[in-house]
Design a protein around this ligand. Structure first.
Ligand code: UDX
Length: 468
């Protein structure tokens, strides 16, 4: 099939490349000439594992081309995916739909045949209906264009895999014809048995908002538990493991620490709150205010704990920060908790050095002030405290003994609960983490003994470590 993908940011570039990879003839469109030139040359304009390979493969095969011209897009196909950003508005709440509106305003008058315009960006519920009216008012006489919504659930760092093998496809359509076209687009995935839910556009829009709100709720829930653990001497990692064994809860998205950031979860819950207010159901989702507050609180808790660890004041202390991006396997620093903590450390007079494997350029542009280093040892040189803020695999591979030799004081605050505290303590470090006891109790032999219960009576179980 011939299709266009309008907007070639994280979402659009990956969607365009993956659609070409499953055999479609794809034209990617963006107003940013530099991005288009890079993509056309098979270069990804941002770090995303697996993307360069499929860009090269499909541009070379001629199935994937790029342009800055909406006229070319209108001439090329009658199926258009809209993947432009829906950032937070300057007022800090509602979603800014100006990019989506600019695309449909630009495209609709250029259409020369009946078309299907499919939004993929995260938008407030009700957007498809409003856009359909906008399109209908602008298409040339005799032309019909349906607007459908097909939300994307990809995670940065896993974007290619999530696009080619999503957990589910959601098609928000207003006609059987649109449903049929989209099922044809995704035929290889449907044949592979991927679940596909066809519904109305409003439900499809809401699936995405609800999914991100639920994920944010899970993270803030476990972070709230981490604070209770800190007050009571309990261990949030063991707590999450034990909770996660309950299939109704599940272990994923229960990693306590510095909380969520990035271009999606924080802005999506705020936009949802704003939309719910407009719909006069603000009270029903008001708990999301608390989810947001708990999340912001983790950043303050991390800075406070850092201050305590260096003896009360951060002023003049040399702090080594490991990680700048909002999560590993991404160079994205949008609403990065790591950079928010770094900014607060600087405000309090700390001398901060930051390392990140992929995000240094973006971090430099977003937050001038700290020294940015591309070497961990240099970052940690003479540090009074090492702060682990983004859980890149690189940091798990560090040798704590070696690093202890270069710092001034071997003190580690693992704000992601991703480093092995036993190994770091054995390497000579004083280790603290959010929601974990300062000294992890060693389980007694009796407490960890695996007890085999006859199958008829129940599963094999292990007693939890007891403080001792
Ligand atoms: C998210 C959704 O997962 C995805 O489905 C949607 O399409 C876009 O938004 P993404 O922003 O790429 O994806 O990152 P995600 O992996 O969800 O992580 C979001 C944030 O939550 C990160 O800052 C991460 O560090 C944090 N997080 C995640 C936790 O703090 N704890 C966890 O257990 C999981």
């Amino acid at each position: 099939m011939r299709l266009t993908v309008i907007g070639t940011g994280y979402l659009g570039a990956v969607h365009a490349a993956c659609m070409a990879d499953i055999g479609h003839d794809v034209l990617g469109v963006d107003t940013d000439t530099r991005k288009i030139e890079a993509l056309a040359a098979g270069r990804a304009p941002f770090f995303e594992p697996g993307l360069p390979e499929i860009l090269v493969r499909n541009t070379r095969a001629g199935r994937l081309r790029f342009t800055t011209s909406l006229q070319e897009a209108a001439d090329f196909a009658d199926l258009h995916f809209v993947c432009v950003g829906t950032p937070q508005r300057a007022d800090g709440l509602a979603a800014d739909l100006s990019h989506v509106e600019a695309v449909v305003d630009g495209l609709a008058p250029l259409l020369t045949r009946d078309s299907l315009i499919v939004g993929k960006s995260t938008v407030p519920v009700g957007t498809t209906r409003a856009l359909a009216r906008r399109v209908a008012a602008q298409v040339p006489p005799g032309i019909e264009a349906e607007v459908a919504w097909n939300p994307e659930f990809l995670r940065e760092g896993f974007a290619v895999q999530d696009t080619l093998r999503p957990d589910r496809l959601v098609l928000g359509v207003s006609s059987p014809r649109a449903d049929q076209v989209l099922r044809q687009v995704y035929a290889p995935m449907l044949q592979a048995g991927i679940a596909c839910i066809s519904t109305d556009p409003a439900t499809a829009e809401l699936v995405k908002t609800a999914a991100n709100s639920f994920l944010a709720t899970k993270i803030s829930f476990i972070n709230a538990m981490a604070e209770v653990c800190d007050a009571s001497g309990a261990d949030v990692v063991t707590l999450a493991d034990a909770l996660g064994h309950d299939a109704r809860i599940g272990r994923r998205f229960l990693s306590a620490g510095l909380g969520f950031g990035g271009g999606c979860l924080p802005k999506d819950i705020r936009a949802f709150l704003a939309r719910a207010e407009e719909l006069k159901v603000g009270e029903a989702v008001s708990f999301l205010h608390q989810i947001d507050r708990i999340n912001e609180r983790q950043r303050r808790r991390t800075v406070d704990l850092a201050g305590q660890l260096v003896g009360g004041t951060l002023d003049g202390q040399r702090i080594a920060v490991l990680g700048a991006t909002f999560k590993p396997d991404s160079d994205d620093v949008r609403d990065s908790p790591a950079l928010a903590v770094t900014a607060a450390l600087l405000d309090q007079g700390a001398d901060v050095r930051v390392h990140d494997p992929e995000g240094l350029d973006n971090a430099r542009a977003a937050l001038p002030g700290p020294a940015y280093c591309d070497d961990v040892v240099e970052t940690c040189q003479d540090a009074d405290l090492v702060l682990h803020l983004t859980e890149w695999p690189h940091y798990r591979a560090l040798d704590p003994r070696e690093l202890a030799q270069v710092v001034r004081s071997p003190r580690l605050l693992d704000a992601r609960n991703a480093l092995d505290p036993t190994a770091w303590r054995a390497g000579g470090w004083h280790v603290r983490a959010l929601g974990r006891p300062a000294h992890v109790p060693q389980p007694t032999a009796a407490a960890t003994m695996r007890v085999t219960i006859p199958q008829a009576l129940g599963p094999v179980c292990a007693a939890a470590p007891t403080p001792g």
